[in-house]
Ligand binder design. Structure first.
Ligand code: HEM
Length: 402
């Protein structure tokens, strides 16, 4: 069964979502037992790399060191959060100030993934992030117009722009890869970031097999991996931080407790506002899932959002913000069922979940150390889904320095 995204029906050269999450890897068939293996706490599963993943150590290797393991010493999560908090401290001479946290957290998570995975920073990755954001905007605008089969192949203004952006992104990434290859060949790079791992392992592979057909990744493969990480490492974690601040503003009593118990707050935010509200699979062949026979070629949607709000699983207070439900761990909160699907499940479970949780933990803890906060009177609660679940009108929050 193949992993999918909402936009998998869009295909061909001008499908940016497919470009962001390349869907060309075929999983082994998934049995219900495999999918619903509730015996292991999901929080511990993140450390295990799925077969064929070459990059798991790069993102899961951080053991509470502020992300330092990935970059050989410098703790980028901490430095990115420190920068954010220092900037906020300069705002508002009266001790209070109002801020839309959406752009602030987008920048923070962009900076963290740039540093950790690519040894650069937000400014260097900015052009790439902007191209990816524009790709998404164009795709989602196209959802609002009538669907005409084959329209994606027409040389419309939007399609031409999508093509242009795709070429632009590839050019930027190819440039980064080339530079890193040259630096590694000269022996001048000792980064342990994702890019170095990919390029270095590839160089070694190609030295061992002068003919690349014997294995290894092509430059295009590396480009695809980088695209996924740039996208996945940014938007989702930024959403987690945004909704955490919104919910802690709504439930002031939890701000105090969150200083001690950030992880369970984060899990509860991810339950109520999972960045991906739906996961999609495509059956490559006829498949039996429990009692259900699925023919070949159908799309199967897993409604994460509905599952996370199901009273039968989470109890009568399923709609309420109650981080204490996670006090005994994720498996316990989900009553032993695989019902917490924020990061997916099985072989394709999110490779960056520990990365995201550590990053969010550091950022929220540092913010709570310096500020208390509440929703601005201008805040309008309107979660909407634009690939991930976001606040439609931003998240203006009033901060008070402690
Ligand atoms: C709160 C933050 C995050 C959430 C909720 C999240 C969620 C997900 C989900 C639902 C999937 C798809 C699983 C499936 O289709 O079964 C996924 C895949 C993936 N995520 Fe995350 N993610 C987050 C953060 C990150 C971060 C920070 C990174 C990178 C550092 C990352 C890298 C990836 C990659 C590379 C994949 C594709 C894995 C594969 O195909 O094997 N994610 N993520």
């Amino acid at each position: 069964m193949r992993r999918g995204t909402w936009a998998n029906e869009l295909s061909g050269p001008i499908d940016p979502l497919r470009n962001l999450f390349p869907n060309n890897k075929v999983d082994s068939d998934v049995t219900p037992n495999h999918v619903f293996d509730a015996s292991t706490d999901i929080t511990r599963r993140g450390g295990a790399a799925a077969p064929g993943r070459t990059t798991s150590r790069a993102v899961n290797g951080q053991q509470g060191d502020g992300g330092a393991a990935a970059t050989g010493g410098e703790p980028p999560f901490r430095s990115s959060s420190e920068e954010l908090v220092n900037n906020w401290k300069k705002l508002g001479s009266e001790g209070s100030f109002e801020l839309d946290v959406v752009p602030a957290f987008e920048r923070l998570t962009s900076d963290a993934i740039s540093k950790t995975a690519f040894g650069s920073n937000y400014e260097q990755g900015k052009q790439l992030f902007e191209c990816q954001a524009e790709q998404l905007q164009i795709v989602f605008q196209s959802y609002e117009s009538a669907y005409i089969p084959g329209a994606r192949y027409l040389p419309t203004k939007a399609n031409k722009r999508l093509n242009y952006l795709d070429v632009e992104i590839r050019t930027i990434l190819r440039g980064m890869i080339k530079k890193r290859e040259e630096a590694i060949k000269l022996g001048g790079v000792c980064n342990h970031d994702l890019l170095s791992l990919l390029v270095d392992s590839n160089l070694r592979e190609s030295q061992e097999n002068t003919n690349m057909k014997n294995g290894g990744m092509s430059v295009d493969d590396i480009v695809e991996e980088c695209k996924v990480f740039y996208f996945a490492g940014r938007e989702t974690t930024s959403d987690l931080l945004i909704w955490t601040l919104v919910l802690l503003s709504m439930h002031h009593e939890w701000q105090e407790r969150a200083r001690e118990e950030v992880p369970m707050v984060l899990y509860e935010v991810l339950r109520l506002y999972p960045p991906f509200s739906m996961l999609i699979r495509h059956t490559d062949k006829a498949t039996k899932l429990g009692e259900i026979n699925l023919p070949q070629g159908v799309l199967v949607g897993l409604p994460v959002l509905s599952l996370h709000h199901d009273r039968e699983i989470w109890g009568e207070d399923a709609e309420e913000f109650n981080p204490a439900r996670f006090s005994g761990g994720v498996a316990n909160a989900a009553k032993g069922k695989a019902s917490f699907f924020t990061f997916g499940w099985g072989p394709r479970i999110c490779i960056g979940q520990q990365f995201a949780l550590l990053e969010a933990k550091i950022a929220v803890t540092m913010i709570l150390q310096h500020f208390s906060f509440e929703l601005s009177p201008t805040y309008v609660h309107s979660p909407y889904s634009l690939v991930t679940i976001q606040p439609q009108f931003g998240a203006p929050i009033v901060f008070h320095k402690l």
